[in-house]
Design a binder for this molecule. Structure first.
Ligand code: ADP
Length: 610
């Protein structure tokens, strides 16, 4: 999946920084008001002690050096010690408090983002790359923390410090203070030029970071294909491009950020030089107080670091605000498919599923083209048809992963769009081709079928699914880890875990997508027996690949390009000279037991054992 930044809302509104910060503060920072207040007290102490350390220079010079007062040496040394102890302790307090708030903000944003991601419907995941999601959850939440922290530290500590020091400067020598203020306009202009350029690079950096993650993910998931088709070099090239771009952008951002230093150093040096010229002249020729001059110079030098940070703030802030925007973009992406306000709970009596003239397309081309069909309650209905005919789409629509473009889908007369999604899905159990197992124990994987199931119920479900014996042979039994994606189990074993999950769910409606991958004869028999048990008494809709299933089905619906073209039992359909018969004949020809595999030729399970 490729990311197209041109579509992102975020880049169309590059100037809403103030609103963005306001929202960030209201949503994320306001709940920490009391802790922020404590941090501010610490910062005020830091600022106060810094100003005091400049102030005391006057006495150091005048009392100690000019007046040679021995007693005052001890007094000023003691006071200096005190000032710096206060400064150290309050810096410590401020750092600890702010870090804790910062970490809480990251955690909070990550929770909100994941909540939103899990609310999204399938079409969202169809159009969103995983790299994009990971970047937003990992990096962009940190950006939110950085922005708030920068604001607090700068507004709190640096601005207070500068105010304190400028106060000292003005009291000591108002005329000389004017020189220091002279450098402000060129500093502001220089910084805003840098800001614009940083913003541009920050966006590109984000895009390339998502490409790194996407490439990594595609390589890991598709490693077999990557190796089999010798795509390593291709993937490396993709990765290299993205990595090189991130490197390039990071360097650019770093050098633009660093450029605030020479800018401020030059301007600062200029101001200090002016002060020395004027102040020195006043002391030497006009016999002014040297202590006041030193206090002034000290205040100016001390004000210089926070002023530099203030200049960098704007650049860093904008760099991080790009991340904050991307985070909010995800949070604000409201899912399209939600319950109606008056959604009822689905009540299943028999479990009849009815499609009435349903049309649906994923994008341009139609997947269902006016499909009308019924799955009788308590019976097994097989869906067959060439691949791409729309069978999986039927499943997705029953589960309401997508909204049909037109037409009705109902269960026992209740439109699936009118009932709550949760109650709909609670009545459906699904067993798919590629059973996905989560990286937790086998027991927990089965327990996903029904929350709150007891160990005894889980074990019974596993027995019914012919899974108990192989689970007991695993080291750790039910507590054995399934491995990421279920990688530690064979295909047949994974299927039986999925069947156990569905057994436990005990839902009246069963959607079954038979495995196309080859299972050995023993596994096949066990899986088949478990499925037969599972299907008993439930409305079962099965995407059938095995002739055995098709023959046993109460009804067979043949789909072709999103429509129902034939319908009946195996015998009645075979007697017609139609699509179904051709599918069967094709299968017999190559000893293939899968009626729908007209396109894909794969090594397949044994022919139907009948
Ligand atoms: P079947 O299960 O019979 O093989 P599907 O229901 O998967 O068929 O697909 C029906 C049509 O919809 C096909 O043309 C397929 O390419 C398209 N399609 C399926 N899933 C998606 C998707 N997530 N995004 C876009 N097109 C899709």
């Amino acid at each position: 999946m490729r990311v197209n930044p041109a579509n992102w809302q975020v880049f169309k509104d590059p100037e809403g920084s103030v609103q963005l910060i306001r929202r960030l503060v209201l949503e994320n920072a306001s709940q920490y008001a009391s802790r922020y207040f404590l941090a501010f007290i610490c910062m005020a102490l830091v600022a106060g002690s810094t100003a005091a350390s400049a102030w005391i220079m006057k006495d150091v010079i005048n009392q100690v050096f000019v007046n040679r007062d021995a007693f005052m040496i001890y007094v000023t040394a003691g006071v200096v010690m005190m000032i710096f102890t206060v400064k150290g302790a309050s810096t410590f307090g401020q750092m600890v408090i702010l870090s804790r708030i910062g970490n809480a903000i990251i955690a909070d944003c990550q929770r909100r983002l994941f909540q939103r991601i899990t609310e999204q419907d399938l079409s969202y995941f169809d159009r969103t790359a995983l790299g994009d999601l990971s970047t937003r959850v990992q990096h962009n939440t940190t950006a939110a923390r950085n922005v708030l922290e920068m604001l607090v530290i700068t507004l709190g500590r640096d601005i207070l410090t500068i105010i304190g020091l400028v106060g000292v400067m003005i009291v000591q020598n108002p005329a000389m203070s004017a020189f220091a203020i002279l450098i402000m306009p060129p500093a502001i202009i220089g910084v805003s030029v840098l800001v614009r350029r940083v913003r541009k690079h920050a966006k590109s950096q984000f895009v390339s970071t998502t490409h790194i993650l996407s490439t990594l993910q595609e390589t890991a998931i598709g490693i077999r294909i990557v190796k089999a088709f010798g795509m390593e070099d291709h993937m490396r090239a993709r990765m290299n491009t993205a990595v090189a771009d991130v490197e390039h952008r990071s360097n650019k951002i770093a050098s633009l950020t660093a450029r605030t230093s020479p800018l401020m150093e030059t301007l600062g040096g200029f101001a200090i030089a002016l002060v020395i010229l004027y102040g020195g002249y006043s002391v030497v020729n006009l016999d002014q107080d040297p202590g006041a001059f030193f206090a002034f110079i000290t205040a100016l030098l001390l004000a210089y670091e926070p002023a530099k940070r203030l200049a960098r703030l704007h650049v860093n802030l904008n760099n991080n605000l790009v991340g904050v925007r991307l985070m909010y973009e995800l949070i604000d992406d409201v899912p399209e498919l939600t319950d109606k306000p008056d959604a009822a709970e689905l009540v299943v009596r028999g479990g009849e599923i009815r499609f009435d003239n349903v049309r649906f397309s994923y994008g341009e081309s139609a997947a269902l083209n006016g499909l009308t069909m019924v799955a009788e309650p308590g019976k097994t209905t097989a869906l067959v048809g060439a691949s791409g005919a729309g069978k999986s789409t039927v499943f997705s629509l029953i589960e309401r992963f997508y909204e049909p473009d037109s037409g009705d889908i109902s269960i026992d007369g209740q439109n699936t769009g009118d009932v709550s999604v949760a109650s709909l899905r609670a009545h459906i159990a699904v067993v798919t081709q590629d059973t996905f197992l989560f990286d937790m124990s086998i027991r927990d994987n089965i327990a996903l079928g029904r929350s709150g199931a007891s160990d005894a119920e889980i074990e019974q479900a596993a027995r019914d699914a012919n899974a108990h014996d192989f689970i007991m042979d695993l080291p750790g039994g039910y507590d054995a880890p399934a491995g990421e994606g279920g990688g530690r189990l064979s295909g047949g074993q994974r299927q039986r875990v999925a069947i156990a999950r569905a057994m436990l769910r005990d839902a009246p409606i069963l959607l079954l997508d038979e495995a196309t991958s080859a299972l050995d004869a023993e596994s096949e028999t066990k899986v088949q027996a478990a499925l037969t048990r599972l299907m008993e008494g439930r409305t079962t809709l099965v995407i059938a690949h095995r002739l055995a299933t098709v023959r046993h089905a109460d009804a067979i619906h043949v789909l072709d390009r999103g429509r129902l073209v034939e319908s009946g039992t195996h015998d009645s359909l075979y007697a017609q000279d139609g699509i179904y018969r051709r599918l069967c004949e094709l299968q017999f020809q190559d000893g293939n037991s899968k009626p729908d595999e007209t396109e894909r030729q794969s090594p397949v399970s044994k022919p139907a054992a009948e």
